[in-house]
Write a protein of this length. Structure first.
Length: 345
């Protein structure tokens, strides 16, 4: 029996479904704005997968709700597709794990399609290695972009003022793995039709005769959103700056040490969206350079810190990123609680 679960906030509702073309559907202001599709392994699509796990867990502070799913494709060697989803006010963080069972190999891999429904929108696409973003509008149809350059951000602004943004997760090097693997290519594409905007991510395509690595894959993605009229938050304390890459253990320990000593508000300064290549921050010092983004770690720290400080009436926010990305705008204000008792069907 198909399962469905809806997590709701003041201006959004996220529905996860165990069956159907889209596993996640994000509605903002009562209108669907983004849908997350299914994975494809080689010629097999996740649409034919069997449900193994569909579990929901909301934390006590009522700031986030998690949805864990697992599906098995009963074809070929069999593939297991596992997702970890965490949703809160203004942002969604999800990781997708793909593993080949029975001593198989993953091979060609396409991640979930992101679909932004609507017929009045503008969009900006940022590609890895390009300084200028590419801009599009709903007046354009057909293929807008197709290439091997990895998109790091896609922002969609709707006519009513609602905006939704996809960002690559912390694991930039994985999304761009094809560029470092012999005989492997990637193809990312963005297209528009009368229904809306479609974003496809074919992250691994092996040339004929090239054997894929015998390993599982994990990819992290971020989706954030904003509604018009949200008032900016005015902080009451000066910023505290912690130097270094947020994915480095030393940075994480220092930030949490300071937060644990805070009784009220904590405003983190010095934040940047710049990528880092130091593999030691990922406990992989021998791997040379592994490009990673700080944004997922900023979000994880924001959620952990607000759960902790809520006990004493405090809040945690991040400075300097509000004008850089939608996720930065979310991090610049205190999180609102989820609505009680999300609906389960």
């Amino acid at each position: 029996m198909a399962k469905s679960y809806t997590v709701s906030g003041e201006d959004f509702a996220l529905t996860a479904k165990s069956a159907g073309k889209y596993i996640l559907s994000l509605s903002i202001g009562g209108v669907e704005r983004c849908a997350v599709g299914r994975v494809r392994c080689g010629k097999f699509t996740e649409l034919g997968a069997l449900e193994k796990k569909f579990r929901v867990h909301c934390e006590a502070a009522n700031l986030t709700c998690g949805i864990d799913t697992s599906f098995v494709l009963p074809f070929g060697c069999e593939y297991e597709i596992t997702r970890t989803v965490e949703c809160g006010d203004g942002a969604l963080d999800f990781s997708t794990d793909v593993a080949a069972l029975n001593f198989g190999r993953v091979g060609d891999l396409a991640l979930e399609e992101l679909f932004f429904p609507g017929n009045a929108w503008s969009a900006s696409l940022a590609l890895l290695g390009e300084k200028e973003v590419r801009r599009f509008s709903s007046a354009q149809t057909g293929e807008l972009y197709c290439g091997a350059l990895c998109p790091v951000a896609l922002r969609v602004d709707f006519a009513d003022g609602v905006a939704v943004e996809y960002q690559i997760g912390f694991d930039v090097w994985r999304h761009n793995a094809a560029a470092a693997l012999p005989g492997v290519t990637a193809e990312f594409s963005l297209s528009a039709d009368e229904k809306g905007l479609h974003f496809f991510r074919n992250v691994l395509r092996y040339d004929e005769g090239v054997e894929s690595e015998k390993r599982p894959w994990r990819f992290n993605s971020l989706i954030s959103w904003q509604t018009p009229g949200v008032a900016p938050y005015v902080p009451h304390v000066p910023v505290e700056i912690v130097d270094g890459c947020p994915l480095a253990g030393a940075w994480r320990r220092e930030v949490r040490r300071r937060i644990r000593r805070t009784q009220g508000e904590f405003r983190l300064g010095g934040a940047t969206t710049a990528f880092c290549g130091d593999a030691s921050h990922l406990d992989r010092a021998g791997k040379g350079e592994l490009l990673h983004s700080p944004m997922q770690e900023f979000l994880a720290t924001y959620r952990w810190a607000n759960r902790f400080l809520k006990k004493t009436g405090g809040v945690f926010t991040v400075d300097e990123l509000a004008n850089v990305s939608l996720l930065g705008a979310v991090l610049s204000r205190p999180p609102r609680e989820l609505l009680p008792e999300p609906e389960e069907i």
